[in-house]
Write a protein that binds this ligand. Structure first.
Ligand code: AMP
Ligand code: MG
Length: 345
């Protein structure tokens, strides 16, 4: 049995001590963050890490992000912290930025996916920071979904995948950002983005020269630095094709599917696009076309919508890859198995 615990009640403060103990003793508790829901276990316990991989059905060479309650805890788990890394923590924590450090020996290889480095972040959700404090250990937490599926942004989505497999879920409501954290490493005074996310390249470039890991741009040529980027990810229940580029061409192309009768199409589109489609179609509206934050926020929920509204193929409308659009298009590229079609004037 998996217990669901509401954050919005007076008992949480007491309850969290108990949940912290479950983690410390090797159990699993899913927790809310500003990005997506995490599947938490004791990051210092290799056996707990193995349980996380088993619950998710995740390959064990795909490392876990370690969550701390405050930046001053980081030094206990990493060999060194550079001034630029200090600055990133100061500016963006608590928040959706994960930093890769050389790990100390107390981080087991099960947690680090057999790497000599460890990825650490401090999440913004107060209920989760209270959980980490109560546990008294850092918490390893990948997204709380079955591997290959879209990440959960509500406690209900966590229950759908994890009910019966973990001890508890803390229900902190829908996640604010809805996309996983930006993962970076600092190399020779430069910031390298391994995975785009809520903290954008534009924001990081204001601090220091920032580059995107080459493997993210040309995924076939180079081995990605963030190992998880090589796996199938975020796959919805039907094949997805995403259209981007010239607005008129996108509208024409997507509208044309509603006239085809060869199979049942579903649509993951902006409000403007939805207005051009027949009402009886299966449509998930991600927000207004210019509102990329809404697209980020609703992305995974939109992909999961087609679990309960089955279709043969999903036709998606994407966005341009600037600001948070870079992270959105990274997820949509993976969710579609690289079926992103760019339409020009
Ligand atoms: P998630 O899939 O949200 O659980 O995030 C975990 C991802 O973080 C992994 O799939 C990797 O891509 C990345 N990651 C974790 N630890 C490291 C590390 N030490 N070095 C590089 N990337 C890492
Ligand atoms: Mg994940």
């Amino acid at each position: 049995m998996t217990r669901k615990i509401e954050v919005n009640n007076a008992y949480y403060e007491k309850e969290v001590q108990h949940l912290g103990e479950i983690i410390r003793r090797g159990g699993l508790v899913a927790f809310p963050t500003e990005t997506v829901y995490g599947l938490g276990g004791n990051a210092l316990d290799g056996e707990a890490a193995k349980k996380i991989y088993a619950a998710k059905g995740r390959p064990s060479d795909n490392p876990l992000i370690v969550h701390v309650a405050e930046s001053k805890q980081v030094k206990n788990y990493v060999k060194r912290i550079s001034p630029l890394e200090e600055k990133l923590m100061e500016l963006f924590w608590p928040g959706p930025l994960t930093i890769v450090f050389p790990k100390k020996e107390n981080i087991p290889y099960e947690t680090s996916g057999h790497l000599e480095t460890v990825a650490i972040r401090c999440p913004a959700h107060p209920a989760t920071r209270a959980l980490i404090q109560a546990a008294g250990v850092p918490i390893a937490g990948p997204s709380a979904n079955i591997s290959t599926r879209p990440s959960p942004t509500t406690a209900e989505a966590v229950m759908h995948d994890m009910d019966g497999k973990i001890d508890a879920v803390i229900d902190g409501g829908p996640c604010l950002i809805g996309l996983e954290s930006t993962i970076v490493a600092v190399e020779n005074g430069k910031i390298i983005i391994y995975r785009p996310g809520g903290i954008t390249k534009e924001m990081l470039s204001d601090i220091a020269p920032t580059e995107i890991d080459k493997a993210l741009i040309t995924p076939t040529d180079e081995h990605p630095k963030a190992p998880g980027m090589k796996y199938r990810h975020y796959a919805p229940s039907a094949p997805l094709t995403v259209y981007v580029g010239d607005k008129n061409q996108v509208e024409k192309t997507i509208s044309a599917f509603s006239k085809k009768k060869d199979k049942k199409y579903g649509y993951f589109v902006s409000k403007e696009m939805a207005e051009l489609l027949p009402k009886e179609e299966t449509i998930f509206i991600w927000g207004e076309r210019e509102d990329k934050k809404a697209l980020a926020h609703n992305l995974f929920q939109g992909l999961l919508f087609f679990n309960s509204h089955p279709v043969d193929e999903i036709i998606g409308e994407g966005t341009d890859a600037t600001g948070i659009g870079l992270a959105v298009m990274n997820r949509l590229t993976k969710a579609s198995g690289f079926h992103v079609v760019e339409l020009n004037k």
